[in-house]
Design a protein around this ligand. Structure first.
Ligand code: FAD
Length: 389
């Protein structure tokens, strides 16, 4: 009989891990919601990232490059809507040019194919309404329907995916584990947790100290009115600010039609705080008791304040977008949805930039899997598989 593995979390990472691990283990997925993909995996930009931004040699670089190819292949073989439409990253000021060049070099080091520095004329041919004094084109990137990927993964997993099963305790039982959930108790030999916005807390259920903490950053979107969608053909991104692990507000064509702008990055007052008004006292106390958050706020007070102002002002949001597409106007924007990023932070207030796992005997916890975690999910699953002997 094969060993039993319980996987906590029915987001794209947990489901990809279950898909992969069910080829050699007896797997069970426990998901607290009434459906899969209800959090980050169902509230993101839907972009296939090829690994342009990430430090060469990092897990993110390695797994994004491998993951995008696997994800496109998975979409093809499962008839999941996707499109490799390419992306452009535009520099709009002189001071961004060295950073754009670094991105281009990183992309090359990471093994992206077809990467090209564009002249202004070439940029205008691809995106006629984009501003910019230089740009990089990433032809391998595109857009995909990640909720459809999650549903296809559920269909491929050889084992149960149990919904409404919130894991509340994980205890040692011999050399294995007893996992207590709201849907019952499960014995297993190994446990893998992929709990997204709760990854630090769920990892701590096996008795590990919480060395890093999840800090939730809400990302709010606007939609572009149909009659103004001609301003964006595909994906237009800024050169990211190196201080911040997020990519900056950008334009994204959606796989099922329409164009979105965003997301910003505002500290959320609840880990699942999709609305400004959602406050969960337990999450607030948890955050304010964490010294890392105070160090972060002390390091970047201006940036946090500006994000907050921009979150409440369509004009300020639009001003950021006008740096990329000057013709866009506040009246072209209508409220979109929001997602909350699970971003791990260290006690010194720095972001954990790379994908981060915590491991022990018979346990593996995916503690940090922010963007490009959806793109890289199949490669993350492969890495998890290789770490379970
Ligand atoms: C605004 C935004 C934009 C993004 N854009 C992109 C993009 O364009 N491209 C890209 O590649 N990536 C993007 N990402 C990142 C990507 O969405 C994530 O990397 C990915 O979805 C992480 O998947 P996950 O399975 O780890 O987490 P999640 O999807 O959050 O899943 C975790 C699951 O664990 C469950 N869970 C938590 N606690 C428990 C418990 N105690 N018991 C049982 N279940 C539990 C939750 O209910 C949830 O379903 C974006 C993210 C955000 C928020």
């Amino acid at each position: 009989m094969s060993e039993r593995v319980v996987i906590v979390g029915g987001g794209i990472v947990g489901l990809a891990a279950a898909y992969r691990l069910s080829k050699r283990f007896d797997v069970t997925v426990l998901e607290k919601e009434a459906g899969v993909c209800r959090h980050q995996s169902g509230h993101n930009s839907g972009v296939l990232h090829a690994g342009l931004y990430y430090k060469p040699g990092s897990r993110k670089a390695r797994l994004a490059v491998r993951g995008i190819r696997q994800m496109i292949e998975f979409c093809r073989t499962h008839s999941i809507p996707h499109e490799v439409c390419g992306k452009i990253v535009v520099a709009t000021a002189e001071e961004e040019l060295p950073r754009l060049k670094t991105l281009y070099e990183r992309g090359q080091q990471n093994g992206l194919s077809g990467l090209r520095m564009l002249s202004v004329e070439e940029l205008r041919e691809i995106e006629p309404h984009a501003a910019g004094i230089a740009a990089v084109r990433v032809p391998e990137e595109g857009i995909a329907d990640y909720p459809a990927v999650c549903n296809a993964l559920v269909g491929e997993i050889d084992g149960p995916v149990i919904l409404n099963a919130e894991v509340t305790a994980i205890r040692r039982e011999g050399s294995g584990w007893r996992v207590v959930s709201t849907a019952g108790e499960h014995s297993c030999d190994r446990i893998v947790t992929c709990a997204g916005l709760h990854s630090d807390r769920v990892a701590a259920l096996t008795g590990r100290p919480r060395e890093v903490r999840i800090v939730p950053f809400r990302g709010e979107y606007y939609k572009i009115r149909p009659e103004r969608q001609f301003l964006v053909r595909n994906l237009i991104y800024p050169v990211p600010d190196p201080k911040f692990p997020f990519l900056g507000v950008h334009f994204t064509r959606l796989i099922h039609g329409g164009v979105e702008a965003g997301p910003n990055a505002v500290l959320a007052l609840a880990r699942e705080g999709y609305k400004k008004s959602t406050i969960r006292p337990a999450d607030v106390f948890d955050a304010i008791a964490f010294s890392g958050l105070w160090r972060f706020l002390a390091k970047y007070p201006r940036m946090c304040w500006q994000e907050l102002r921009r979150s409440y002002s369509r004009e300020l949001f639009c001003a950021s977008l006008q740096r990329l597409v000057p013709e866009i106007q506040p009246g072209d924007l209508t409220e979109g949805g929001a997602g909350v990023r699970a971003q791990a932070m260290s006690p010194d207030g720095s972001f954990v930039e790379d994908f981060h796992f915590v491991e022990g005997a018979g346990e593996l916890h995916v503690v940090n899997a922010p963007s490009p975690g959806a793109t890289a999910s199949l490669a993350i699953a492969e890495e998890i598989d290789s770490r379970l002997p």
